[in-house]
Design a protein around this ligand. Structure first.
Ligand code: SAM
Ligand code: DTB
Ligand code: SF4
Length: 369
């Protein structure tokens, strides 16, 4: 019988999170060993296929057009460029490519068709393909599945309560609906969040309640430490302490035993020892490659040295689930519907987001003068 619980309460999760460190580590490592090989870590390479110029106001994100960051936006990458990058990632030991686009949601049309072709191309390289493109409808999720998508990343980011303090242009329920749309297909769900945005332990636990009560639980959960980028509303948040990351990873492992827990953004601030503690506490996946989407990540060679030092082996592709089949565009059962879904726009005011937007306006004015 499965011992996966879908009824975790916030109080129970807070209690786990606050356990004495040695007990927490022992419990998490014990759960980890029952469900996973503790010496295997999945390696995923991020690829920003469409950078910058995003209309959303996510307070953490350097790609939001309304904030004054150094990001140079560009058009959607070509399929051949993506293929070349995927081959590089494969050669350096990655089993998965995760393609990110600075979009609010997927729109039917030539750009989405191009992304579907990217999915087909990478799946044919026998690598797991993940996309993170914003909100998707059921039909769009089905088209991605048909193309051979292995995973879809869509983060809840924080608790429902704290989400409102960070983002005003889209709602938590839209995030949940997108995850639900992905669940109607064979594509696995990757959903996690960020710590270090000024949220409380209660908010961290709230996010873990939202994720762990999904049935089935997400196949992977990325835990990001905020990368505080100049010009974003969260630019002055203080760095996450390693102990908080370890607690978050360990708690995630305990409440979602079968999930792959990914050490995501923020690894450049973590020592090898710190990361080793996270692997011991149940993290079994990383984002590799010199860049995340727009911000730095540890050097690939440094990561490989760390793996060697710790006796870790990169996970082979399709270890957890069989490779999906790719259906060619010409044989596709699902067509573009030209949908115009009504994703919500709460549009409440977040003071620090407004201030960051004002700074951007001032910078544009100053440039003109
Ligand atoms: N635009 C799509 C969306 O928001 O769903 C996909 C790309 S978006 C950059 C993917 C995720 O990256 C976000 O949900 C957030 O969790 C994470 N992220 C973005 N900026 C970050 C930062 N500065 N630090 C940590 N994580 C970040
Ligand atoms: C996730 O949870 N983290 C990744 C991936 N999913 C798309 C993105 C991290 C982005 C960090 C900031 C940047 O590089 O722009
Ligand atoms: Fe846009 Fe995604 Fe960044 Fe939000 S997190 S601003 S939706 S790219």
């Amino acid at each position: 019988m499965s011992n996966i619980r879908h009824n975790w309460t916030k109080e129970e999760i807070i209690e786990i999170y606050n356990k004495p460190m040695m007990e927490l580590l022992y419990e998490a490592a014990t759960v980890h060993r029952v469900h996973h090989d503790p010496n295997t870590v999945q390696v995923s390479t991020l690829l920003s296929i469409k950078t910058g110029g995003c209309p959303e106001d996510c307070g953490y994100c350097p790609q939001a057009a309304r904030y004054h960051t150094d990001i140079e936006g560009n058009d959607l990458m070509t399929v051949s460029h993506v293929k070349a990058q995927a081959l590089r990632a494969k050669a350096s030991g990655s089993s998965r490519v995760c393609m990110g686009a600075a979009w609010r949601n997927v729109k039917d049309g030539p750009e989405f068709d191009q992304v579907l072709e990217m999915v087909r191309t990478i799946n044919k390289l026998d690598m797991e393909v993940c996309c993170t493109l914003g909100m998707v409808t059921e039909n769009q999720a089905k088209r991605l599945a048909e193309a051979g998508l292995y995973a879809y990343n869509h983060n809840l980011d924080s608790s429902e309560e704290y989400y409102k303090e960070v983002i005003s242009t889209r709602g938590y329920e839209d995030r949940l609906e997108t995850i639900d749309n992905v669940r109607k297909t064979n594509v696995t769900v990757c959903s996690g969040g960020i710590i270090g945005m000024g949220e409380s332990v209660e908010d961290r636990a709230g996010m873990l309640v939202a994720l762990s009560t999904l049935n089935p639980q997400p196949e992977s959960v990325p835990i990001n430490a905020l990368v505080a980028v100049d010009g974003t509303p969260l630019e002055n948040e203080k760095p996450v302490e390693i102990w908080e990351m370890i607690r978050m990873v360990a708690t995630t492992r305990i409440v979602m035993p079968e999930t792959q827990v990914r050490l995501s953004a923020g690894r450049t601030n973590m020592s090898r020892e710190g990361q080793a503690m996270c692997f011991f506490a149940g993290a079994n996946s990383i984002f590799a490659g010199d860049k995340l989407l727009t911000t730095p990540n540890p050097d690939v060679n440094e990561d490989m040295k760390m793996f060697e030092l710790l006796g870790l082996n990169p996970q082979k592709p399709f270890t957890k689930k069989v490779q999906p089949k790719t259906v060619e565009a010409t044989d596709s059962q699902y067509q573009s519907l030209g949908e115009k879904p009504k994703w919500s726009r709460p549009d409440h005011t977040i003071e620090r987001n407004e201030q960051a937007k004002e700074k951007m306006k001032e910078a544009v004015l100053a440039k003109k003068q």
